[in-house]
Design a protein around this ligand. Structure first.
Ligand code: FEO
Length: 405
């Protein structure tokens, strides 16, 4: 694919990774893109590089616009290898550039490359760089996504180059939001935004709110947001900002995600009355079987729903391993504004449901204890207990959800 002019004299020179399905453990069913940008001005400026495997694709696009020897500046917004992996190769081709980067970014690069011959200009929050007819404003965004992170605002173009923020893991021939025109595509795009936020940015909601508030306070006019993954927000950048604010403020659907696994189908059988109880209380429900689904899908479904019921068999007096893995992974994402509960089966000693409740409480999430445990196979009475517990849980979810309406 060719370079794409996204604004006068500003080009997308990135790469599309149609085939990636495992992005450091996060399942990317739709592939991704590694976006970087080139500004043609008195000082030609490249913003970011791409993943190492795709660097030649980006270089080819840059060469279609300019001779590499004419590039003056390289802005590194983020050093994670999906963006800076191609940096070593790029610096062999453009050793003359000055690299604009945060202090943490510079130190991080030293751990990845021999930077002894590279020219750095360390920038701080609010620093500017005039490159001719364009001026760049650097805004540090530590932990969005790594400590080194920053975004770059191009004032004259009203363009925010937002690095990981506002991205999506989606490979597409489209470059812009307004090219997603069919309902199916728009759904796919919004789903990709939620998936990305849930799996990467869930822990950073307060930082996101604070950084968006900083941007609003600074009065930056933004009519395009160009992230380093996925499509560029041209038609309505306010929409993605609002989506982020909503998610950071705890927005969720009035729904229960039933996330479970099963050994000999007992816990699985319990999901039937559980789902019925939730539905009869007028609450939507989505069921995810862990070993049949990618972890990142389970995380997204958890994130979209106000409530979550965990279903686990007991194995060696503990939770089933895939359930433990899910809750362990979820704990690292520091979820908030959700309510949870647990149910499951055991053979003799029990313990899985109790342990699931303990894991939920360790995350600081309210759990509706004690949940339901059944021995061996759910009897007709057990099914009634499951139904009643789920119905009671759904009532609590409705009540809890009112706080966010
Ligand atoms: Fe897309 Fe944090 O890297």
């Amino acid at each position: 694919m060719k370079a794409v002019e996204i604004k006068p004299d500003i080009f997308w020179v990135g790469a599309t990774d149609w085939g990636v399905r495992d992005f450091h453990g996060y399942i990317t069913q739709n592939g991704t893109t590694y976006n970087n940008y080139l500004i043609m001005d008195s000082q030609i400026t490249l913003l970011d590089t791409v993943k190492g495997d795709f660097v030649e694709e980006s270089i080819k696009k840059i060469k279609s616009i300019t001779d590499l020897s004419r590039i003056t500046n390289l802005v590194i917004n983020h050093i994670e290898p999906d963006h800076a992996g191609g940096l070593g190769r790029v610096m062999k081709l453009i050793p003359q550039v000055t690299i604009y980067i945060t202090e943490r970014g510079r130190k991080g690069l030293e751990r990845h490359f021999d930077t002894s011959q590279w020219n750095f200009k360390v920038v701080k929050n609010g620093d500017t760089l005039n490159i001719g007819t364009h001026s760049l404003l650097f805004l540090e965004t530590p932990m969005l996504h790594w400590p080194d992170s920053m975004v770059t605002y191009v004032k004259e173009a009203k363009l925010l180059i937002s690095q990981d923020a506002f991205g999506q893991h989606i490979a597409s021939a489209a470059r812009f939001d307004d090219e997603f025109t069919s309902c199916a595509s728009l759904y796919e795009l919004e789903d990709a935004v939620k998936d990305y936020y849930a799996n990467i940015l869930m822990p950073f909601g307060q930082l996101i709110k604070a950084k968006i508030a900083d941007i609003v306070k600074a009065g930056l006019e933004i009519d395009m947001i160009a992230p380093d993954h996925g499509i560029i927000w041209r038609k309505d950048p306010g929409k993605i900002i609002q989506m982020y604010l909503d998610m950071a403020n705890g927005k969720a659907d009035l729904r229960v995600a039933v996330i479970y696994d099963t050994m000999w189908h007992s816990t699985e059988r319990m999901t039937v009355p559980v789902v019925q109880g939730i539905k009869d209380e007028g609450v939507d429900c989505k069921v995810i079987k862990l070993r049949a689904s990618p972890m990142s899908l389970a995380i997204k479904e958890f994130w979209e729903a106000r409530g979550c019921l965990i279903g686990t068999p007991t194995l060696n007096n503990l939770m089933f391993p895939s359930v433990a893995e899910f809750l362990y992974h979820l704990g690292g994402l520091r979820p908030k504004n959700r309510i949870m509960g647990a149910f499951g089966s055991f053979g003799w000693g029990g313990g899985g449901v109790k342990e699931a409740n303990e894991a939920i409480k360790r995350m600081g999430i309210e759990t509706v204890e004690p949940g339901v445990q059944v021995q061996y196979r759910p009897s007709a009475d057990d099914e009634i207990k499951c139904y009643e517990y789920a119905r009671e849980f759904a009532k609590k979810v409705k009540e809890y959800h009112k706080k966010f309406e």
